[in-house]
Design a protein around this ligand. Structure first.
Ligand SMILES: NC(=O)c1ccc[n+]([C@@H]2O[C@H](COP(=O)([O-])OP(=O)(O)OC[C@H]3O[C@@H](n4cnc5c(N)ncnc54)[C@H](O)[C@@H]3O)[C@@H](O)[C@H]2O)c1
Length: 414
C-alpha cells in the first residue's frame, strides 16, 4: 500500500473539526470516504452557550457541496457509536481498509464539569470504542484502526516521553514495556481506557492499529479549506473555555481585543501541530498500515511550546497585523504542573515522510486573517471565553446526583 493506492476509508466523527477536514482531503486524493457522526459536538457546544466562530453548514448542505466535487466518493450516515448495531451495519456495508476513529467527546474541561459530564464522556468514548473493536473483530478483522488518542495520556512525567513503549530495567531484568500513562482529566482517562482496550484487541484477535498520541491542533486551513475561496467547505472553529484549545482560543481573543488568557504561571508545555499537518499525518498513516496483529503508537506533534510562549507569538503576529493584543495570566482552573520537564520523541511520522507545511507564525497569520470576518460572531459569545470550569468545582453530592439523573434522562429521550 502506498500513496497512490485508492482506499476505502471510514471516518468516525466526520462532522468534527478534524473529521470534516480529513474527509475532504482523503476524497480529494481519490479515496472512497464514508463518514458517520451523531452531531453531539454541535449539541455540547450549544449546551455551554457557544458556537463555532466559522459558520458551518448542516451536514445535508455540506454533503451537497462536497458531492459537487467528489460525487459518490464521499458519503455520510448519521448514527451513534454507542449503538453496536449501527456500528456493525456501517462496517458491514462499507468494508473499510482503514477506520479513522475521531468520534469521541474531546474536551478535558467538559469532562470535569460534574459527575454527569464525566460519566457521559467515559460512556461515550470507552463504549463507542469497545463497540468498534467488537464490530471490527466480527466483520472487518483486516481493517486498520487509526485511533485518535492524545499526548495528554502520558501526562507530564519527569522523563522524556517515548512513542508508546520504552525499555525499562527492574531488579536486573530488562523489558520493553508500555510507557506509563498519567491522565490529567476524566477525558484523558477515557483515552487511556481506549488504549488498553485496543492493545488487548490487537493481542487477542489479531487486529491492527495505530494509536495516535496527538498534540493540540490549531488552524483554520487545509489544502482543501480556505475560507476566502470556498467558505461553504469550512470546518468548525471553537474558542470558548471548554472546547477552544490554546492557539485557537488566543487567535479568536486577538481579533476581538480580549486579553489572551494564559492559565496560571503559563509554563505548561505541550506538543502542537497545525490542522493541515494533522490531516497530512492521518493520511500518511492510512497509506502505511501496520502488519496484522500489530499495535503501534505514534506521537503526532510538530513542535513543543509552553502556553506563555504561544501567547507571545500570537500577540506578536497580531500586533504586526494591527491588532491591540495583551497577554494576561488568569487563575488556572486546572489541576496541573505549571513548570515541568517535557521532551517528546516523535520520529515515526517523520520517517513516513511527514514535513510540517508552515511555520507557527505563518499559520497564526492566516488564522487571524480567516477569523477577522467573524469578529462579530466571536464578540457575541465573549462571555464563554474566560475559564470558569475548575477541576474541583465544589458541587455538593446532591447536586451531582441530580445533574446525573437529568443527563441520563436526556440521553434516553433524545
Ligand atoms: N483537536 C485537538 O486539538 C485534538 C488533540 C488531541 C486529540 N484529539 C482527538 O481527535 C479527535 C477529533 O477531535 P476534534 O477536535 O475533531 O473533535 P470534534 O468534537 O470536533 O470531532 C469529534 C466528532 O465526533 C462526533 N462524535 C462524538 N461522539 C460520537 C458518538 N458516540 N457517535 C458518533 N459521533 C460521535 C462529534 O459529534 C464530533 O463531530 C477526538 O477523539 C479528540 O479527542 C483532538
Amino acid at each position: 500500500m502506498g500513496k497512490d493506492t485508492i482506499l476505502n476509508i471510514l471516518i468516525l466523527g466526520m462532522d468534527g473539526y478534524i473529521g470534516w477536514s480529513l474527509a475532504l482531503h482523503l476524497a480529494e486524493k481519490g479515496n472512497r470516504v464514508t463518514g458517520i457522526d451523531n452531531f453531539s459536538r454541535r449539541r455540547t457546544v450549544e449546551e455551554i452557550g457557544s458556537w463555532s466562530a466559522t459558520p458551518i453548514h448542516s451536514m445535508e448542505k455540506r454533503m451537497q457541496v462536497a458531492k459537487a466535487n467528489y460525487q459518490e466518493r464521499i458519503r455520510f450516515h448519521e448514527g451513534d457509536l454507542v449503538d453496536y448495531k449501527f456500528v456493525s451495519d456501517v462496517i458491514k456495508s462499507c468494508k473499510p481498509d482503514a477506520i479513522v476513529h475521531l468520534g469521541e467527546q474531546p474536551s478535558a474541561p467538559y469532562s470535569m464539569i460534574d459527575v454527569a459530564h464525566a460519566v457521559y464522556t467515559q460512556q461515550n468514548n470507552v463504549i463507542g470504542n469497545l463497540n468498534l473493536l467488537f464490530a471490527m473483530r466480527n466483520f472487518s478483522p483486516d481493517a486498520h484502526l487509526v485511533k485518535l488518542g492524545t499526548m495528554g495520556e502520558y501526562g507530564t512525567p519527569p522523563l522524556d516521553i517515548p512513542e508508546g513503549f520504552f525499555e525499562v530495567e527492574y531488579n536486573g531484568r530488562r523489558a520493553n514495556m508500555m510507557f506509563p500513562r498519567q491522565p490529567g482529566s476524566f477525558y484523558h482517562a477515557s483515552k487511556v481506557h481506549d488504549t488498553f482496550n485496543i492493545m488487548l484487541a490487537c493481542r487477542i484477535w489479531g487486529l491492527r492499529s495505530t494509536d495516535i498520541m496527538q498534540g493540540v491542533v490549531y488552524g483554520t486551513r487545509t489544502n482543501e479549506i480556505n475560507l476566502s475561496e470556498n467558505p461553504d467547505l469550512c470546518t468548525r472553529f471553537d474558542f470558548d473555555e471548554i472546547f477552544g484549545t490554546a492557539i485557537n482560543r488566543y487567535t479568536a481573543e486577538s481579533v476581538i481585543g480580549h486579553s489572551l488568557t494564559v492559565y496560571g504561571k503559563g509554563g505548561q508545555t505541550r506538543g502542537f501541530l497545525a490542522l493541515v499537518d494533522s490531516i497530512q499525518c492521518l493520511t500518511l498513516i492510512c497509506e502505511n498500515p501496520p502488519a496484522k496483529g500489530e499495535y503501534r503508537v505514534f506521537n503526532q506533534i510538530d513542535e513543543v511550546y509552553n502556553v506563555t510562549e504561544l501567547a507571545e507569538i500570537v500577540a506578536k503576529v497580531g500586533r504586526r497585523n494591527g491588532l491591540a493584543v495583551e497577554v494576561a495570566h488568569v487563575p488556572n482552573p486546572r489541576h496541573e504542573a505549571e513548570n515541568h520537564h517535557y521532551k517528546v520523541e516523535a520520529r515515526h511520522l517523520r520517517n513516513l515522510g511527514f514535513k510540517p507545511t508552515r511555520s507557527l507564525e505563518q499559520e497564526v497569520g492566516l488564522m487571524l486573517e480567516d477569523l477577522t470576518p467573524f469578529k462579530d460572531r466571536i464578540k457575541e459569545k465573549e462571555q464563554v471565553i474566560d475559564p470558569k470550569t475548575t477541576w474541583s468545582n465544589g458541587q455538593s453530592l446532591e447536586e451531582g446526583i441530580q445533574n446525573y439523573s437529568i443527563r441520563q434522562n436526556t440521553r434516553t429521550t433524545s
